[in-house]
Each structure stands twice: as C-alpha cells, then as structure tokens.
Write a protein that binds this ligand. Structure first.
Ligand code: GSH
Length: 482
C-alpha cells in the first residue's frame, strides 16, 4: 500500500521545514552532526518529513511477539551451558572481539560475579516481506539499543504536523501513533534500580544512581539524555555519564562488598547502562578491558551483562532457526510458531550439512539474495550479494564460521517521502525497518519483569544496503497505520 505523498518543491516545503526546526529544537529531536561534539552546531536529527505506512497487522504482530522474544533470550542466558558452549566455539573464530568479550566474561566468572539479576534492554528489528505482507526478523539487539528517545519525539512531531494541517488528505486518514519507548525504556532502567535497592537494602529508597557508559564524542547524546531526564522527572532517579576510559578515574569498587560508587559524589551505582562497549573501537587499551571486567564483577546490575550481550550474536540468531534448539528454551507451541513465523533462512558457514550448502551457494556465486553478517554490532559491517564471494574467497575457510549467511528480506520501497538530513532534503525511494523495544529483568531461575517497550521506525535510501542511523546511513521515521 502506498500513500500519495504531496509532491512539493523545496520552496513549497519551507513553512513545513520551519515548523520542523522549531519543534525539533524545542523538544530535543536533535543530534550532533559530526563526531567531536561541536557544541554550537546541534541540528534536527536525520528524520523523514512524513510518516511511513506500516500495515496494521504487521505492526501488531511485531509488538505482540516481543515479550516472547524477551523470554527466549532470558532463557538462553539462564541456560548458561549452551550459551557457553556456542560462544566458546564462536570466539575461536572471532577472537578479535567476540573472543575478547568472552575472555573477559570467563575472567569475571573466575573472580566471581556477585550480582545475579540481569537487565535486558532489547530491540528486535524487522523488515516487511512485501510479497507475503509479513514481518521478518533482521536481528535481535541486546546491547546499546538506540533511538528509543528520538522515536517518541519524531512520532510526536509528525502528529503535531498532521494536527496543524501540513499533511495531505491521504495522510490525514491514517493514525500516527506515538511510540512510548522513551518512557518505557527509562521505566526499564528504573525497574533495575528498584530491584537493586530492594536486594541490597531490603526496601526501595531511590538513593542509588544509574551510570550511563557512553562513547567519547558521541553524536547521539540527546537520545540518551531523553532517557536520563525521564529517569529524573518520572522517577526521581539521578544518572551520571562516563566513558569506559573514565572508569579508573571516576568509579570505585568496594573490595569487600563489590558495590560500585561514582567517586565525585560518592553515589552508589545500582545500574550500569551501556551505550558503548559493542564495537572494537570502544576498547582502546588493555586498561579499558580491565575496566569492563571491573564493571562486570561489581554488584551493580549491568544492562547488559556480558552474557546478555553475547546472547545477541548473529550465530545465536542463526542457531535459533533450528527448531530443536529453539525448543530447548521455549516449549509452548503457540509461542514457537509465533517466533518461527518471523524467521528467514539463516545458514552457518561450518561443516554441517546446512553449512556445506551455504558454502556451495557462495562458491558458485549464487549470492544475489543473501547478506553475509559478522558478529558485530553498530552497523556498517555487513557484506551484500555479489561482494560476498570476493570478500570470503581469500580467507581461510576455517574462519568463515565467524560469519552467517542470511536470506535477504524482500521489502518494498516507499516512494514520495522526503528525508531531512543535515538541513538537506532528499527525495529518493526509502526502505523502512521496524524495531520493537523490550525490557526484561531476570535472575538464573526466574523472570521478574517482562515488557514490550515501544517501537522505532528507521528509513534509509533503498539504493543503500546499510541502514544504521548512528552509523550515518539512515534516519528516524514514524509509523502511519493503515
Ligand atoms: N552509541 C550510540 C548510542 O548509544 O546511541 C549508537 C549505538 C548503536 O549503534 N546501537 C545499535 C543501534 O541500535 C545497536 S548496537 N543502532 C541503530 C541505528 O544506528 O540505526
């Protein structure tokens, strides 16, 4: 289904753009344009001018399956033996990053991990297969999921523009819902704070703080800040921001209790929330890895712990498409079929029958319908279609196991929407990825809190393979339901 978007020239769009600028700057729909934080050059985040249509049945389906996905990943983490075995194998092939994270986890385990509560803040990303009108999973993100803050803002902006008559009749008849992700993700962090305080003090005082571990020169500061300000205004909870490099200067771990403190104010940290630590560049020196170890072995609840982070590898996603493996974690037939209906074919690149089939697809160059994915987060790392064979062919075949080969999802581009990025307008066709947030708090036996937590629509030029907004490829969009 397509709207008829109004076909306006730059000149005709001017009043609308003025509204967007005023609304965006007033309400914090903003992003730093380049790394390095030039403080005086903040502008409206990359967004679409209009919402993009999502069929209501796909929207409902993606949201409906979120708590089952949360549960699935909690169960994977609870079943440590399986996760250990698979991650151990994987880390031999991807020693550079997955292997490093895994080693830090093993070290932490040896030293003792005093906190048994885990806080998962997830985002499940889907594309809509246009032939079947069905959602299909792109990936399940378990660390540093972005744009929960800006998603709320962009949907509020689009609703505002609709209310003020800036949209055509066609756009007016659809509903433009607001994503409550900003609220729900901060509620999720708050659930962690409360659980920690109950556990340590027997009751909830609201005296501990949340530490946001961020990247140096972060562009997406405001998306993070929205969560911080909601924690403060809705829950009276203070947060502090620091990089992994700041840990030795700004944090202190008590030898005896393993409690973690923010030294400038001596605040006790209940939750360590990672908005970094998902890419090799985040760890610049061995000291940074030591700092990650210190956080893991502290009493604070980590969002995520290394185990939760490592459950989000593409390898685990691929293994879950094997029904026998999936049934280890989820037994209810209804839940199983709900999950499976979102899967596409994913191949390992090992010596199993499925792996050999995938290697054959690659060697014969029949990769037009495939994407090759490494075990990396943060966007910009995938290899597409005809680039796959040349990329792999010079590598030792043993090392191919660090990748998975995934069927491409045939999503239909939308024509007529306009992208606003760095004050420039773009009118290319776009492809949109729908993400659903979820929060889960659990220990080794029990799930304490499991919630769906809003959504995010991101769009990119359909001519570009990559779509990450943080990586500079896409923009934040909102949903119009029809
Ligand atoms: N450090 C940034 C932040 O905290 O917002 C970016 C983090 C990041 O790239 N997160 C990935 C993501 O959600 C998951 S690991 N990307 C969405 C996008 O960039 O479009």
């Amino acid at each position: 289904m397509q709207y008829k978007y109004p076909n306006l020239s730059d000149e005709q769009l001017k009043p609308l753009l003025t509204e967007i600028h005023h609304w965006g700057l007033t309400n914090g729909l903003v992003m730093y344009p380049q790394a390095g934080n030039p403080e005086n050059t903040t502008s409206v985040a990359p967004i679409t001018v209009y919402p993009t249509i999502i069929p209501i049945e796909c929207f409902d389906k993606a949201i409906g399956v979120q708590t089952v996905y949360n549960e699935l990943y909690a169960k994977i983490v609870q079943d440590s033996d399986w996760l250990h075995e698979e991650t151990d194998k994987l880390s031999k092939h991807d020693s550079e990053f997955t292997g490093k994270l895994w080693n830090i986890y093993l070290k932490a385990k040896k030293l003792g991990i005093p906190q048994n509560l885990e806080l998962g803040i997830f985002r499940n990303d889907f594309l809509i297969d246009s032939a079947k009108n069905e959602i299909k999973q792109v990936e399940f993100n378990t660390v540093s999921v972005s744009f929960g803050g800006l998603s709320t803002k962009v949907s509020q902006l689009h609703r505002y523009l609709k209310l003020h008559g800036f949209y055509s009749d066609d756009l007016l008849i659809s509903d433009v819902p607001v994503s409550n992700s900003a609220e729900k993700l901060s509620d999720g962090l708050y659930a962690g704070v409360k659980a920690y305080e109950k556990q340590q003090h027997g009751s909830f005082y609201g005296i501990t703080v949340v530490a946001f571990i961020v990247q140096d020169g972060e562009r997406n500061v405001f998306d993070q800040r929205i969560l911080e300000y909601k924690l403060a205004s809705n829950h009276g909870i203070k947060s502090v921001r620091l990089t992994i490099q700041d840990v030795p200067k700004l944090l202190r771990k008590c030898e005896k209790t393993c409690k973690l403190f923010y030294t400038p104010t001596n605040d006790e940290i209940s939750v360590v929330y990672f908005r970094s630590g998902y890419a090799p560049n985040d760890f610049k020196t061995e000291q940074d890895w030591e700092s990650r170890l210190l956080l893991e072995t502290s009493l604070s609840i980590k969002a995520p712990s290394l185990k939760v982070q490592l459950s989000g590898t593409k390898k685990i996603q691929q293994l879950l498409t094997d029904e026998n493996i999936l049934r280890k974690f989820i037994t209810d037939d209804g839940k199983i079929s709900g999950l499976q209906s979102t899967f596409v074919q994913i191949y390992p690149l090992d010596d199993s029958p499925l792996g050999l089939k995938a290697k054959d697809i690659i060697k014969t160059g029949k990769t037009d319908n495939y994407v090759l994915k490494p075990q990396r987060e943060g966007g910009g790392n995938n290899i597409y279609k005809s680039d796959i064979k040349p990329f792999l062919i010079d590598k030792d075949e043993k090392d191919w196991s660090a990748y998975i080969l995934m069927e491409m999802i045939n999503a239909e581009p939308t024509e007529g929407n306009v992208i606003l990025r760095n004050n420039e307008l773009y009118r290319e066709k776009i492809l949109s990825e729908f993400g659903v947030f979820g929060v889960i708090l659990f220990d080794e036996k029990k799930i304490h809190h499991n919630e769906y937590s809003g959504w995010l629509l991101r769009s990119k030029f359909s001519s570009s393979n990559e779509g990450g907004v943080a990586a500079g490829f896409g923009c934040v969009d909102s949903v119009a339901l029809m």
